[in-house]
Design a protein around this ligand. Sequence first.
Ligand SMILES: Cc1cc2nc3c(=O)[nH]c(=O)nc-3n(C[C@H](O)[C@H](O)[C@H](O)COP(=O)(O)OP(=O)(O)OC[C@H]3O[C@@H](n4cnc5c(N)ncnc54)[C@H](O)[C@@H]3O)c2cc1C
Length: 255
Amino acid sequence: MAAALIPTSPEEAASLFGEGKDVTVFGGGTILLPEIAAGRLHPTRALMLHKSGLDSLDTSGDVVRIGATTTLAALIDGTDDLLTRFAEHVGDGEVRRTATVGGNLCATPGIGAQRGDLGAPLIALGARVRSTGKGGERTEPVEDFLSGDRAGRLVLSIEYDRPNGNTACQMMRRRHAHSYAIVNVAVCETNGELRVGISGVGAMAVRARSVEQSRNPDDVLKDVEPVSDALASADYRRKMLPLLVRRALDQLESA
Ligand SMILES: Cc1cc2nc3c(=O)[nH]c(=O)nc-3n(C[C@H](O)[C@H](O)[C@H](O)COP(=O)(O)OP(=O)(O)OC[C@H]3O[C@@H](n4cnc5c(N)ncnc54)[C@H](O)[C@@H]3O)c2cc1C
């Protein structure tokens, strides 16, 4: 049976996490609990974050600050921007009231579908992730966090500068309450600088730097390698992705 560690402050959470060895971090548990129930995961030490005080959401200033255990429902109620447009499509109300932003960012690859939808808007918004683990606390661009060793980090918070330019997005999923994404595209342009985030096409969200430079939607396939799953084949995603990037860029231009 797993030992439950229940920190009551962010500092205690960081201390109990240490370097993350043999610790399974629980945000809302909407990914972890089904994994445990299916017998695919056997945690030895469970770090339960629900009382850790990491659920603050500050949208009052020029920098939006989101605690790692902020639920997707709280995010939707608290902000009105690109991020919430993606959050409101994750699962259903029950899932969103439990699922956390930190858990979405650290979502492990799904078996039949892709997860981590919020990665696309967070990349487009130029978000930074504050985490702790081996080597102590650090803050880094979300795309660096995603491509690094996420398993060894405890996410504390996420922040981004409130965009003063235009944003746009395109999402493709099946018409079903619990359906996962097939393709997600988020774009943001601030002072002439374009940022493009893609999620739902592979194990984790990716920054489409080639499109940012060329503004050619077809270049997205230089940065992203779509996968096949129960929802769509890699070939279908390869066809749809440039189309949705084009639509998002057109939307941005006409905004
Ligand atoms: C019916 C249903 C529909 C869903 N639909 C979608 C969807 O459309 N799109 C989508 O993206 N997801 C979907 N999900 C998956 C999931 O609900 C979300 O990705 C959710 O945001 C995960 O957050 P969580 O807090 O529940 O994660 P958890 O299950 O608590 O954790 C997920 C992973 O992140 C790690 N983790 C959690 N918090 C932290 C932290 N602070 N620091 C470091 N690691 C951490 C955990 O150790 C684990 O590996 C769905 C799930 C269900 C059950």
